[in-house]
Design a protein. Structure first.
Length: 116
């Protein structure tokens, strides 16, 4: 069975959100150094539209786990497959220097590091 990058290359048209959308950049960053042909004529403006297009058989896409866990797929009939070889997204906790709640934010950061 092909790994995630090979499966994407072999599976047809990779559909993404419209050019410039942050989730498009995150999707392409999942496999740094690989070039996937994104079909520009099928760029979607929302995840809901993208999922509907996949459901209609127009191609494949990459979805963030956070969106899947939030139920964005709904009742659409699509197959979801984890891509274990994709580079994970990294997030940071950021706050304004001098914030009155800097101590609270520091504690929150400690909790997130322990649980992460």
């Amino acid at each position: 069975m092909p790994n995630g990058a090979e499966a994407l290359t072999q599976s047809g048209h990779l559909m993404l959100l419209e050019k410039g959308h942050c989730l498009q950049r995150h999707a392409l960053a999942a496999y740094p150094g690989r070039i996937f042909a994104a079909k520009d004529s099928f760029a979607a403006t929302s995840l809901t539209t993208l999922i509907a297009m996949v459901s209609e058989g127009l191609g494949i896409t990459l979805l963030p786990n956070l969106a899947i866990e939030a139920g964005v797929v709904g009742l659409q009939k699509i197959q979801l497959t984890p891509l274990p070889d994709a580079c994970p997204r990294h997030v940071v906790l950021a706050w304004r220097p001098g914030s009155a709640r800097h101590e609270l934010f520091g504690k929150l950061g400690d909790i997130l590091r322990r649980e992460g």
